[in-house]
Design a binder for this molecule. Structure first.
Ligand code: ADP
Length: 478
């Protein structure tokens, strides 16, 4: 089959399949035809030999030895028995001396060309196929032995194999025509079947061709109740399209949000500067405007930095840089700073930490997650409230939980909090870019973890949880 791999690539699969099919069929039918032809040929020869044996048996009782040479007796009876018929249906009989010299030949030889003697000096029955006057003939030589076992001559019986070539020719024609017809029918049927079987692929190509970046809504039809390779292909293709459309939609939203987030402070900055430049002002006024402008620039820098960070997180392979870290130890090392910060914000800070909890993460990422969650809790909890940091060892997982008694959010917002640029309704008026939680999710997921958030409702506090697969405690080299 390797030979067929070299069929030109520009040929369609249907054409190539049909060609493979036709070539295989031709080879098989060809082998079958040759086998039938040879078997038939041999069978015909065997039949004819039976005929010659029969004729010989009829003649043998009339052969005698006289003066050391063979002769026929009762020739009249003989004529009616065997060689009376002439032409291609006749039997031609000769008696030969042991050395092959002709002693007697039947009268029907008179109307034919001389027939060369083929007998060999082997004292056994000999049969030969040959052509006589352009027609296939077969001759049988039977040795004639005297009573004392001496060879005294040969009985030669010849006949035209009149039917052999005609029948073989006929058979050849039938087989040839049969093969050509079968191959033509098989090629047409095979091509039709291949086209029909590959129709879903053609449909897939046509659908894919109609699609553009703006039109990812089309889906391939998946026939009900059929489950084959092509159905699987169509389903996979549809699945891919759905994911592509989804990611395209997210990219669009992200670009809109990014443009909006940068344009708002830029427009504010621009109008502030325009108003300031409209007429000469006091130095203090200019100072105030410049300070405001600096704050806007800082906000924008923060946003761009967050975006860059997100983009880098998506590119880098966190798995390669991750290493086992004790989350509890990491939390404790930063507790003092956080304690101070919460105190300053008028919040009560509590921790519930086990002895240790090992996770496999990038160390600086872990700090970033903690800082983001705790600074949000600080930012969104009014003074007098409380913030709680907990670490739990669950079944094969480590859970980091930051809960507060702050402004909370509506339950339906929970799914969007981790989206880029999403800012909750209750967060209005608070500073922020809406990128903090998106960065948290990207970091956590890059290390094989997951995040979730919930709140009983606005003003009722909120809880943020991060789950990581637990990592075995590393054995420290002494
Ligand atoms: P930012 O805080 O800069 O707005 P984040 O991505 O950190 O951006 O948070 C997205 C949104 O999630 C916030 O705007 C806020 O609505 C909500 N959020 C985050 N943390 C809390 C919290 N502790 N309590 C209530 N809402 C929160």
């Amino acid at each position: 089959m390797t030979r067929f791999r070299h069929l030109p690539n520009r040929w369609s699969i249907s054409v190539r399949l049909t060609l493979w099919y036709v070539v295989t069929l031709v080879v098989l039918l060809g082998l079958f035809a040759v086998f039938s032809y040879v078997t038939f040929h041999m069978a015909r020869h065997r039949d004819f030999d039976q005929h010659l044996i029969h004729e010989t048996r009829q003649l043998m009782p009339f052969v005698r030895e006289r003066s050391g040479v063979p002769v026929f007796v009762a020739l009249d009876t003989l004529r009616s028995v065997a060689y009376q018929t002439d032409g291609i249906y006749g039997t031609y009989v000769r008696l030969l001396r042991p050395d092959g010299q002709v002693i007697y030949e039947s009268p029907n030889f008179a109307r034919h060309d001389p027939l060369p003697v083929r007998v060999q000096p082997v004292q056994d029955v000999q049969v030969y196929s040959h052509t006589w006057e352009g027609k296939p003939a077969r001759t049988r030589y039977t040795p004639l032995f005297s009573e004392d076992g001496r060879l005294f001559g040969w009985l030669e019986v010849t006949g035209f194999e009149w039917s052999l070539h005609r029948e073989l020719h006929h058979l050849g024609l039938v087989l040839g025509a049969g093969i050509v017809l079968s191959v033509l029918l098989a090629a047409a049927g095979g091509y039709w079947l291949a086209r029909r079987a590959l129709q879903p692929v053609a449909l897939l190509t046509a659908t894919a061709r109609q699609m553009g970046a703006d039109n990812l809504e089309a889906r391939l039809p998946v026939p009900n109740g059929v489950q084959d390779e092509l159905t699987e292909l169509a389903e996979t293709f549809n699945d891919l399209l759905a994911r592509l459309a989804d990611s395209l939609e997210r990219e669009r939203r992200f670009t809109d949000n990014a443009a909006h987030e940068l344009l708002t402070p830029l427009s504010a900055l621009r109008s502030e500067l325009e108003v300031a430049l409209r007429r000469p002002r006091q130095a203090a006024y200019y100072r105030e405007v410049l300070e405001e402008a600096l704050r806007d620039v800082e906000r924008m820098t923060e946003t761009v930095r967050g975006l860059l960070h997100l983009a880098r997180l998506e590119r880098t392979d966190a798995h390669e840089r991750a290493r086992p870290i004790d989350l509890v130890e990491r939390c404790q090392s930063r507790l003092k700073d956080w304690q101070l910060r919460f105190e300053r914000a008028g919040l009560r800070f509590e921790t519930v930490l086990p002895e240790s909890a090992w996770v496999c993460v990038v160390p600086e990422y872990l700090d970033e997650v903690l800082d983001n969650l705790l600074s949000n809790a600080c930012k969104y909890t009014p003074p007098g409230g409380q913030v709680r940091l907990e670490v739990h060892r669950l079944n094969g997982q480590i859970r980091l939980r930051v809960s507060d008694s702050g402004i909370g959010f509506a339950p339906e917002e929970a799914a969007h909090l981790f989206d880029r640029f999403y800012r909750g309704r209750s967060a209005e008026g608070k500073p922020g870019s809406g990128l903090g939680l998106a960065i948290v999710r990207a970091i956590v997921e890059a290390c094989g973890g997951s995040v979730r958030a919930w709140s009983p409702g606005p003003g009722k506090g909120s809880t943020f949880e991060v789950y990581w697969p637990a990592c075995p405690v590393p054995v420290l080299a002494s």
